[in-house]
Design a protein around this ligand. Structure first.
Ligand code: ARG
Length: 456
């Protein structure tokens, strides 16, 4: 029988019951639900709204229920409408009359707003730990490859020489920003909604600040209507998660390219690649393709949440029950992707020679050739034009800037001397870019040191 049976003349249709029910997906918030209820009951006892000994009994019983769910002894009842009803019904089953007092001065509307915030705050911690681990792996790899020369690209065309360490540290920056975003999200989300009641708070002399302190929130929500109708914290987290996925997806795309025979810059460990059912030669970067694919799924979760909220009048509407599957899916997906991506990255083999060979083709030192003339006094635009002509000549003659003879250079400008070959040496071109933020080994090392400092 439903809790609200008194108001109704009929039992709810079983299909409606299934349709309404959220226990299949909100049961994962049981620990937070119980933690919130213990804080609430303790406050009810301390303020004399219920008797202190009843509050104690409720808290003790809630602890037991928690232990029984933890151990698997108490399975969730699929007939219970949601986790809140389930815990309360179990409490009343065990404690009788006293159990019925827990829901005084509270509604499921402020309860679910609290539980979801707590659940997400708890689990964002795991995510932050994974991101830090990823950035740590990037730093280690970058340190190992701070002198590994590779072509840097624009428009996927070879552009200028960089180091692989530098390329990796670009991703480290992206994930560091993601960590910052989560930190900001945490600050906004740490606002305790219990006490908002169904929508209009309550006439009982509750102590919201006591509950806030017990649950470790920074502040209490300032308006009861907003307290129950706000899901910004879900939307914002989904947005942060979408950005993380976008970063992982770009990285995945590069790894997919690098694994191809056309690039062959890296080789994935056998444990992190898959074969083909028909083509015996294949070694596929499935993990990265799945990460790229799952990015759309997380964007979808964000769109679900934004669309769900856009037309809702204040305060709670049942539409909002849809928040959980979307945000849980986004969270689980990012978790799963990071958990697989990190060891894949850690175990991949970097084929330095292939990177170096690719860097030697494609005239990626052409800018440095022009810069050589500029450093000898020529205006950059003139130097640019001369270098362009030299590149065209190389292409015609099947040469590179390194193999083009000095006389050919000197035909174009008397400023060219023997030292042009040093100036366009790829290592020199990459290693001389040592301004802060540049690809030179020392500069990369500074990036690594600063990043490691931030990770502490
Ligand atoms: N299961 C509900 C949800 O997730 C809990 C809140 C129910 N509130 C209500 N007024 N029906 O949103």
């Amino acid at each position: 029988m439903k809790l609200w049976a008194g108001r109704f003349k009929k039992e709810v249709d079983s299909k409606v019951n299934d349709f309404n029910s959220s226990i299949s997906f909100d049961s994962r918030m049981y620990a937070q639900d119980i933690r919130g209820s213990i804080a609430h009951a303790t406050m009810l006892g301390a303020t004399g709204i219920i008797e202190e000994k009843e509050a104690d009994a409720i808290c003790r019983c809630l602890e037991e229920i928690k232990a029984d769910i933890d151990s698997g002894e108490l399975p969730f009842d699929p007939e219970a409408e949601d986790i809140h009803m389930f815990v309360e019904a179990e409490l009343t089953r065990r404690l009788g009359e006293t159990g019925k007092r827990l829901h005084t001065a509270r509604s499921r509307n402020d309860q679910v707003a609290l539980d979801l915030r707590m659940y997400l705050l708890d689990h964002a911690g795991e995510l932050e730990a994974l991101l830090k681990e990823l950035v740590g792996v990037l730093c280690d790899l970058a340190e190992e490859h701070k002198e590994t020369v590779m072509p840097g690209y624009t428009h996927l065309q070879r552009a200028q020489p960089i180091t692989f360490g530098h390329h990796l540290m670009a991703y480290a920056q992206m994930f560091l920003r993601d960590l910052d975003r989560l930190k900001n999200w945490r600050k906004l989300t740490s606002s305790m909604p219990l006490g908002s009641g169904a929508l209009a708070a309550t006439t009982y002399p509750i102590n919201r600040d006591m509950v806030r302190r017990a649950l470790g929130f920074d502040k209490i929500t300032a308006n009861s209507l907003d307290g129950v109708s706000d899901r910004d914290f879900c939307i914002e987290l989904a947005s942060d998660l979408s950005i993380i996925m976008m970063h992982l997806s770009r990285f995945s795309e590069e790894i997919i390219l690098w694994c191809s025979w056309e690039f062959k810059f890296i080789e994935l460990d056998d444990a992190y690649a898959t074969g083909s059912s028909i083509m015996p030669q294949k070694k596929n970067p499935d993990i990265t393709e799945l990460v790229r694919g799952k990015t759309g799924r997380v964007y979808g979760d964000l769109m679900t949440l934004l669309t769900m909220m856009k037309g809702l009048p204040l305060a709670y509407n049942k539409d909002m029950q849809e928040d959980k599957e979307a945000i849980f899916d986004a969270l689980d997906t990012v978790d799963l992707c990071l958990t697989t991506f990190i060891p894949m990255l850690r175990t991949m083999t970097v084929l330095k020679e292939n990177m170096r060979q690719a860097a030697a083709k494609g005239f990626i030192n052409a800018t440095d050739c022009a810069d050589y003339l500029v450093k000898k006094g020529m205006a950059f635009r003139d130097a640019y034009k001369i270098t362009g002509t030299l590149v065209a000549r190389c292409i015609d003659e099947g040469k590179t800037l390194e193999t083009l003879e000095l006389s050919a250079y000197q035909e174009m400008s008397g400023l060219f001397e023997e030292d042009i070959y040093t100036a366009i040496n790829l290592e020199k071109c990459a290693f001389d870019r040592k301004v802060p933020g540049g690809p030179a080994p020392q500069s990369v090392q500074n990036q690594i040191d600063m990043t490691r400092e931030l990770l502490k």
